[in-house]
Design a binder for this molecule. Structure first.
Ligand code: BTN
Length: 280
């Protein structure tokens, strides 16, 4: 690894077990997701495991977001971390966990933010943006390392006091929302607790529980939605989440044809679509 400043001692908390039991805390990295990926590679080569390991950074020079976007964060103000979850069952991992992990993570982040702001103001915009009063406060980027591990990247805007022109209308932080600086270590401790609550449920196959809680937190449920896919623009109703993490949209059928039902449901996936409606 090049140009990294790993802190010799971290004053951030360590979990007694599970996620956060091992912490690598850097002052600056390019991307915690990239560091976590190479950490998995090193340990696998030594036949070791880093399950539950966390890479935390005070600042990133090339923070990665979904759909090729970047993640901006002022040094030392926010939470930037990646959690390594080792894959134990390849069958589960490929399909169900890939869909469920982002949902469970979004719930963990939502519950974390709900400790600092009014819980009813915290909503998830599918698939895993966490918003406060309709403004994005946290983002999640889940990646896989072959059949070895998931990397769950989480960025939470804690004490960011301003955003670029491009983001200023759509983003917020705990500071901007509450008017008070928050202790990053306290937010991190709450996040570890919530992750240790939600992530094991993916592997314990509590998918119904995850989906029920996620749907209860989902912005725009049972409301009109517009989706842009690579080939079409879809107008419909957001009616739920499929157990593989897809968005279930109901569309009116051709009303001139009397036979059959008047609507059809279709599932859309995060990599394929973007939402253009504000789901507040
Ligand atoms: C998004 O909403 O587009 C996802 C953003 C994810 C950002 C976090 S910050 C820590 C981790 N390392 C990265 O490079 N990205 C994720």
């Amino acid at each position: 690894m090049r140009n990294l400043t790993e802190r010799k001692q971290s004053d951030f908390p360590i979990s007694p077990s599970g996620i956060g039991v091992v912490l690598r805390h850097f002052s600056e990295v390019d991307s915690t997701n990239r560091i976590a990926r190479s950490w998995v590679g090193e340990r696998v080569a030594e036949s070791g495991f880093v399950d539950g390991g966390v890479v935390l950074a005070d600042s990133q020079t090339m923070g990665r977001g979904r759909q090729g976007r970047n993640w901006q964060s002022s040094p030392g103000q926010n939470l930037l971390l990646s959690v390594v979850v080792q894959i134990r069952e390849p069958l589960l991992s490929n399909h169900v966990a890939r869909g469920m992990l982002p949902l469970a993570t979004a719930l963990a982040v939502s519950n974390t933010l709900s400790h600092f702001v009014a819980p009813e103001s915290v909503k998830i915009k599918w698939p895993n943006d966490v918003r406060i009063d309709g403004l994005k406060c946290a983002g999640i980027l889940v990646e896989t390392v072959a059949d070895e591990a998931f990397i769950i990247g989480i960025g939470i805007n804690v004490n960011e006091d301003s955003f670029s022109d491009e983001l200023s209308e759509t983003a917020t932080s705990l500071l901007l929302h509450t008017g008070q600086r928050q202790d990053r270590k306290a937010v991190y401790a709450e996040l570890l607790r919530s992750l240790n609550d939600w992530i094991p449920r993916v592997f314990d196959r509590d998918h119904a529980g995850i989906l029920a809680e996620y749907t209860a937190r989902l912005a725009g449920i049972n409301q009109p939605i517009t989706l842009h896919t690579p080939t079409e623009v879809v107008h419909g109703m957001l009616v739920g989440i499929h157990d593989d993490g897809g968005l279930v949209v109901e569309q009116a059928k051709d009303r001139d044809r009397p036979e059959g039902t008047s609507s059809a449901r279709k599932v859309y996936y995060a990599g394929d679509v973007s939402l253009t409606h504000r789901l507040d």
